[in-house]
Ligand binder design. Structure first.
Ligand SMILES: NC(=O)c1ccc[n+]([C@@H]2O[C@H](COP(=O)([O-])OP(=O)(O)OC[C@H]3O[C@@H](n4cnc5c(N)ncnc54)[C@H](O)[C@@H]3O)[C@@H](O)[C@H]2O)c1
Ligand SMILES: O=c1ccn([C@@H]2O[C@H](COP(=O)(O)OP(=O)(O)O[C@H]3O[C@H](CO)[C@@H](O)[C@H](O)[C@H]3O)[C@@H](O)[C@H]2O)c(=O)[nH]1
Length: 729
């Protein structure tokens, strides 16, 4: 991207314009206005109705704590306006916070992000700007979208008007948006690597520094920032699909997903959050952003990574369908003419938002089978429920839907004379209802399907309810602890495959996987550990336990769950192959007769264990290509290396292997007169070797392939090395 030659110096942000008065623009700007009394904040929107709602007593969105802030700041330093032109003109800094929905037509339909609203915003900024602007990409966009925004702005350059585009994705969650904005886990700002880019970064940082400590502000390159947003949502959705997949096994073997989730969450490398098995995830972000990630991978010709993340979406559809079908099966295989109460319609508690709510899927399945629905949600507007259930994706007969649904404003009336209650949203008020009273007024047998696992199922059963929930089997022997052990390793291995899959995208887009990992890890729901991209995982446990989990699923006739976990293994093989192939490609597409140094053979540092070590895969590929290997590992027994590399799975010609390898006890001698060094284990001693000395004695050009991302690549390049690593191009 061409750096924009501008001179912003001297300007300080005193006026902010935010384009898009939605779930992000409204709360974000309200909090900025509250925390920065010296800044005038104007939120604009093309929807006059939305703006008038923001200016009224009843705000267009329900968000705990927001009303008070808006009331306090509105018309003081917070303004909601349809006068987009004026607001852009006076602003120093402009947030683009418009919607970025999934395309509903044309190329990329159902997967790609529709950037029309972002593009229109950029054009509007270009049209109305009469002075320099910092343009902040806050909407969630595909990687490299900032390039398009800058192109539009630059093409419409006016004399004396210059633009800097920076990326500052928003991580707030609905229902806790105010809390998240006041005390975010981190603020990520991606900027161009130019003096002006850095300056724009500082200007936006100064705004946040009014209430957020500097240590929470993370500075990255633009592409890393854009990818971090998609990656964070992918990791979060992945946790839910993973725990939901384990819930399927629990139901089949008689384990309890709550116990298993607790056991997994107590492992500090995984963490306790986002492990709540449910009817499936919803919301405006996870599905859209995962689809976008999958589409980006397809466009970048990375089908394996696309398939990997598609699985998370597939598991979610499976979970929603499983739950809906369970309702029908339990109600004696038919719901035709039966009355079913739905408690909750929002995609989660504390919001009135229904976008991608699992309740829509459940309602559609029941309506399709002829059920009548009584729906109660404390915050969702009845008109929204009607709109959702008569959408062409849900029904081709809207008139019929109206006849079959009743929307109630009271849970007791909603459940009166119905056959079953289905909990679709985890609203707190559902926990404390008088279920004895409710039971009395229902048809018998009375069923409860708790899709959120919020009720006390024993009490309900005592009252007389037939209770069904997620992730709890009916077998007498409790299998939770056996399953927990396998699941912990599966979750850990999955984190590694997740970040390794991101490394592939980074190499293709110019993002940096270390920055992305840091940005994801700062999300307290994800945590910092087990996010180190590498040549792949090894060791005696992960592969074995994953294979065992997959096999169990196959035996239990759960092919979807089997496929889901098999993907983790597939991604690992892919990563090892990618790295090995990269070595060959870089060495001018042939390693025949070339001497290559391998630093490290153990599956990780501080052990002499080589079981499933990625080094074996790398060595095999290079040996198959005709290379000669000089191997050095500070702790692995040379006999073990020989045993590993002459194993039947590695070669059918052990004599040849023995002739092609030399095992050394000194890294300097190992690398002498070789073409390349390949780091396969992250031993600390490799970091502090004298690479100037090593370089002198190597064949030129001398290559380093850092499969563990432990070396200082800039220094190595300065010495003269050709440096290749993982997750950075
Ligand atoms: N909703 C969330 O929890 C959340 C959290 C983090 C990030 N995001 C991302 O933030 C972005 C906004 O999401 P949202 O949920 O606030 O969307 P939203 O649909 O609630 O709001 C977007 C607003 O932008 C307005 N708009 C569209 N084009 C416009 C234009 N050219 N000029 C002026 N206004 C325009 C729309 O009328 C709408 O009111 C998306 O990219 C989303 O992925 C959302
Ligand atoms: O353990 C869990 C946690 C969540 N969910 C469900 O997952 C969905 C999404 O929940 P949540 O992430 O809390 O809501 P969002 O408001 O959609 O926020 C997500 O999407 C936003 C938009 O990108 C990001 O900014 C946030 O960081 C990210 O959490 C909801 O249906 C939840 O019920 C579960 O089923 N189990």
């Amino acid at each position: 991207m061409q750096p924009v030659d501008i001179n912003f110096y001297g300007m300080a942000v005193t006026k902010i314009c935010c384009i898009g008065a939605g779930y992000v623009g409204g709360p974000t700007c309200s909090v900025i206005a509250m925390q920065c009394p010296h800044i005038k904040v104007t939120v604009v929107d093309i929807s006059a109705q939305r703006i008038s709602q923001w200016n009224s007593e009843k705000l267009p969105i329900y968000e705990p704590g927001l009303d008070d802030i808006v009331k306090k700041q509105r018309n003081v330093n917070l303004f909601f306006s349809t006068n987009i032109e004026e607001s852009i003109q006076e602003a120093d800094l402009i947030f683009i916070s418009v919607n970025t929905p999934t395309m509903t037509f044309g190329v990329g339909k159902g997967r790609a992000v529709d950037l029309t609203y972002v593009e229109n915003s950029a054009r509007t900024i270009a049209q109305f700007s009469t002075s320099d602007k910092i343009v902040v990409e806050k909407s969630t966009v595909p990687v490299r979208a900032a390039e398009s925004i800058l192109k539009i702005l630059s093409a419409n350059d006016k004399p004396n008007v210059k633009f800097q585009v920076i990326s500052n994705p928003e991580f707030l969650s609905e229902g806790v948006a105010v809390e998240n904005l006041l005390n975010p886990d981190r603020v990520i700002i991606g900027h161009e690597e130019t003096a002006d880019g850095l300056w724009a970064f500082k200007q936006l940082s100064k705004v946040y520094l009014n209430w957020i400590p500097e240590s929470k502000i993370l500075k990255t390159n633009i592409w890393s920032s854009e990818l971090t947003k998609l990656a964070a949502n992918a990791f979060l959705a992945d946790r839910i699909s993973s725990i939901n997949s384990i819930s399927v096994i629990c139901e089949a073997i008689g384990a309890d997903i709550s116990e298993v989730a607790k056991g997994i969450g107590l492992d500090s490398r995984i963490g306790r959050q986002f492990l709540q098995a449910s009817v499936g995830f919803g919301g405006s972000c996870f599905q859209k952003d995962l689809l976008s990630l999958v589409y980006i991978c397809e466009c970048l010709n990375l089908p394996r990574v696309a398939v990997y993340w598609q699985q998370v979406l597939d598991m979610n559809v499976y979970q929603k369908s499983r739950f809906s079908n369970k309702i029908i099966e339990s109600l004696f295989n038919t719901v035709t003419g039966k009355k079913i109460t739905m408690f909750g319609f929002a995609f989660k508690k504390d919001t009135g938002d229904t976008r991608e709510s699992p309740a829509i899927h459940v309602a559609k399945t029941l309506l399709d089978k002829g059920a009548k629905l009584n729906i109660y949600d404390p915050k969702v507007d009845p008109e929204q429920i009607k709109k959702d259930l008569t959408h062409p994706y849900v029904s081709d007969n809207p008139e019929n839907v109206f006849k079959f649904i009743e929307i109630h404003d009271n849970p007791y009336r909603a459940s009166h004379s119905t056959d079953a209650i289905v909990i679709c949203t985890e609203w707190d008020e559902f926990v404390n209802l008088d279920y004895e009273e409710i039971y009395k007024s229902m048809k018998k047998p009375a069923f409860i399907f708790d899709g959120r696992k919020i009720l006390n199922h024993e009490t309900l059963a005592t009252i007389g309810f037939q209770v069904h929930t997620i992730g709890k089997g009916h077998k007498t022997i409790n299998m939770s602890s056996e399953l927990t052990k396998l699941a912990i390793n599966a979750f850990l291995a999955r984190r590694i495959s997740n970040i390794n899959s991101m490394s592939v995208i980074c190499e293709a887009t110019g993002a940096d996987v270390s920055e992305v990992a840091k940005g994801i890890g700062l999300d307290s729901r994800i945590g910092r550990q087990f996010l180190q991209a590498s040549v792949g995982f090894g060791g005696s446990c992960f592969q074995k336990d994953l294979l065992s989990l997959v096999y169990i699923c196959e035996c239990l006739n759960l092919p979807r769950v089997a496929v889901y976990w098999q993907q983790v293994l597939d991604m690992n093989v892919y990563q090892k192959s990618r790295f090995s192939n990269k070595i060959i490609e870089s060495l001018f597409n042939t390693v025949t007769g070339k001497k290559i140094t391998m630093f490290g053979f153990a599956f990780k540092k501080d052990t002499g264990d080589t079981r499933e070590s990625p080094a074996i895969h790398v060595a095999k590929t290079l040996l198959d290509g005709g290379a000669k290997l000089n191997i050095y590992d500070p702790k692995v027994d040379p006999e073990q290396i020989k045993k590993d590399l002459t194993h039947l799975c590695v070669t059918d010609n052990p004599e040849n292997v023995i002739k092609s390898i030399e095992i050394h006890d000194n890294p300097y001698r190992t690398s002498q007169s070789t073409h390349a060094i390949v780091i396969c284990t992250e031993w600390d001693e490799f970091v502090n070797l004298d690479y100037e000395e090593i370089y002198k004695h190597m064949i030129k050009p001398a290559f380093i392939f850092d499969g563990c991302k432990i070396l200082n690549h800039k220094t190595l390049a300065t010495i003269g090395f050709q440096v290749y690593t993982i997750g950075k191009c």
